[in-house]
Design a protein. Structure first.
Length: 173
């Protein structure tokens, strides 16, 4: 009992604890609370988790009745968009990017590798937990992306995809 109490006191008086807490709070305010009002579109009935993070929110469109789950990262670029159509559900810890990788933190304008390209996710798509969706990808309506998949190219409508890279597992209609 006293051991646990001593540990709690040590943590609460630790400068590292407070430094990390302040960083988390600033990240939450900047990438969620201040970003949501800047979204290009936010449809009625859509829910964005408090732990979701949005980069370049002015280039992110969220349709009606969408769910953006916890720890989701939607990283649009300054010249590319992420578009979620109506009824899209994104599972926890999903990373969607429409931007290229920059050379360095100090030189974010020049591309190091990859490409920038709009990401379009059509109506009623389900994206499982821990997926990665790369730039320039379109996912057709009524498609399910299996947990942990890496989507590197366009996916047609009415299929279930899974894997790294994501491939068609089953046609649904």
């Amino acid at each position: 009992m006293f051991r646990v109490l001593g540990l709690i006191i040590r943590v609460l008086f630790s400068p590292v604890f407070w430094r990390q807490t302040i960083k988390h709070f600033r990240f939450f305010i900047h990438n969620n609370v201040l970003a949501i009002p800047k979204l290009a579109a936010l449809g009625d009935g859509s829910t964005i988790s408090p732990t979701a993070s949005l980069a370049f929110p002015e280039n992110i469109h969220v349709g009606k009745g969408c769910l953006v789950n916890h720890n989701v990262r939607l990283y649009a670029g300054p010249a590319s968009k992420i578009i979620l159509s109506d009824g899209v559900m994104i599972g926890p810890d999903v990373f969607v990017t429409s931007d290229h990788f920059s050379k360095s933190m100090s030189n974010t304008k020049d591309a190091h590798s990859g490409k920038a390209g709009d990401v379009f996710i059509d109506k009623n798509v389900r994206v499982g937990a821990h997926c990665i969706i790369l730039p320039g990808v379109s996912i057709g309506k009524d498609t399910t992306v299996g947990a942990g998949s890496v989507v590197t190219k366009d996916i047609p409508a009415n299929v279930i995809v899974a894997g790294n890279p994501a491939g068609i597992v089953k046609q649904t209609k």
